[in-house]
Ligand binder design. Sequence first.
Ligand code: BGC
Length: 323
Amino acid sequence: MLALVLVLALCCCSGAEEIKIGACIYRFNDAFMLRFRNAMAEESGNAGAVITMADGQDDQNTQDAQIDDFIANGVNVLIVNPVDRMSSQAIIDKAKAANIPVVFINREPTPEMLATYDKAYYIGAKAEESGTQSGQLIADYFKAHPEADKNHDGKIQFVLLRGQNGHQDMILRSKYSVEAIRDAGFEPVEVAGAIANWDKFEAMTIMNAFFMAIGAENIEAVIANNDEMALGAVEVLKANDYNTGNPEAYIPVVGVDANASALEEMKTGGLLGTVLNDAENQGTAAVRLAVALASGKDTGSIGYGITDGKYIWVPYRKVTRGE
Ligand code: BGC
């Protein structure tokens, strides 16, 4: 009780107004960004800040208008998950003109763009790390299960399901997952690949087509840039009596994110593994940094280290069955 009175008194005496955060999300209907939004809402509550989130509906023009509205309504700081990360410069210019800080999340502006404003930051995870780790999951499986090399040619014939075009996670996860397979001593062969835009249903359509065109016997692994697409592939495999418990009919599939639905699918053996994309820490860090910047507080005491004055990097981690 005493503590409560003290806290109230402190708030009243400092005369500090609540921090208003305007947060722009590229698309609400994205399983990974939902985790991000939940983390940001929770941390805003903890910090006593008011956060308003806008759904960009995967349209940069819509998001640009939302940014204008937030600025016109006097938010103290912006958190932006750009629809098109190459549009970040225009967003930085607007924030700079309004003299409010801007914290980018999940979709990385170029270093040149960030350098144009001292109050522009990026919080994310190193895309190449997740690529390497998902490739290692496949390579480790092949080492433990030589029979996974169905045609015994020492190569891994895989299908690659890619995220949205231009996204750093699509570019670097694709590149580094394949490199990790090579580094582990296997020759990677992409038998088929396509952009499925992070989306489960697009992945299902594509995987069905590949299945028909190539034949299951010629696919030794599926690498997906995220869990939703991996789960789409698993669904198609299951519909064709693969990955349902028969060791003779199994194709290892890996994703990235460690969403709850993927962890569930790992338990029943449909999905081999995934990589934790830590939305909870990224979202918490974004709000803490935003609040510190907006209130002029020390950014060194938010519990997350800032690299090169611009970045907070949250590590990825491999997740397999039983972990
Ligand atoms: C996640 C995807 C998500 C995308 C949105 C990626 O980091 O792995 O699941 O769809 O971000 O930008």
